[in-house]
Write a protein that binds this ligand. Structure first.
Ligand SMILES: [Zn+2]
Length: 237
């Protein structure tokens, strides 16, 4: 399949052009025109690039790419090393960030909600945010699926009404507590300032890891590409 054709098709499927994002979505680096073997990774970085045998693939699809609208535009340091290796091997790098988070068919948020068996109560259209209902059993499911998860237990509240945002979803926590009275929040990672909010409102918090929480949408995108375009896809964690 042609690389630009694949970009066009996935842009359309994920409605990328209508979603405002901090990432440059679509084809970030042009490689071979004919695509057969695609590797899927959450974040493109030096460690993962070292792990992949680039001779066996012609394309990389990632969720966190090399180019962001507000990042430095200079190609130096690790970024230079990665780009050099990619261009040398004539690899395409595609990236879909927010369009993959918020997609209601295959997105990271919806897929994580399904994996955790959370009953959906409210989904936002333009934000990577879901409210759902669950119970104490969710702890067991998370323990099984996320080896390095962290749990901060509320002193007085049981797990019932859950707010969920994959990746670093801390900016929504306080709003969800005030407006929707959630007692539990699930996200990838938070910073120190959010610990105060969690303690103040006394809610339960699950931290699954940033990349770990954003694997399921990518996995689904791989399955979609395989079925729809008959291409070989491989997810690497
Ligand atoms: Zn992310």
């Amino acid at each position: 399949m042609n690389n630009f054709k694949l970009e066009k098709n996935i842009n359309k499927y994920l409605n990328s052009k209508n979603i405002k994002d901090i990432s440059i979505n679509g084809l970030q680096i042009e490689g071979k025109n004919k695509i057969k073997n695609i590797i899927l990774i959450v974040s493109i970085n030096n460690l993962i690039i070292k792990k992949i045998d680039l001779k066996k693939f012609d394309s990389i699809i990632c969720h966190h790419g090399l180019f962001w609208k507000k990042n430095n535009k200079n190609i130096i340091g690790i970024k230079k090393k990665i780009i050099k290796k990619i261009i040398k091997n004539n690899i395409n790098v595609f990236c879909w960030h927010l369009p993959l988070d918020i997609n209601n068919k295959i997105g990271n948020n919806i897929e994580l909600t399904k994996k955790l068996k959370i009953k959906i109560y409210k989904i936002w259209k333009n934000k990577p945010l879901i409210i759902g209902i669950s119970n104490i059993k969710i702890k067991k499911i998370i323990k099984k699926k996320f080896k390095n998860y962290k749990f901060i237990k509320s002193k007085n509240k049981n797990i019932n009404k859950i707010g969920l945002c994959t990746g670093s979803g801390e900016k929504f926590i306080e709003e969800l507590i005030i407006k929707y009275n959630i007692d539990t929040y699930i996200t990838g990672e938070i910073s120190e300032k959010t610990i105060c909010i969690i303690n103040y409102y006394d809610i339960n918090l699950f931290l699954l890891g940033h990349d770990e929480s954003e694997i399921y949408g990518l996995k689904k995108l791989g399955i979609f590409i395989k079925k729809k375009f008959n291409l070989h896809t491989k997810l690497i964690k």
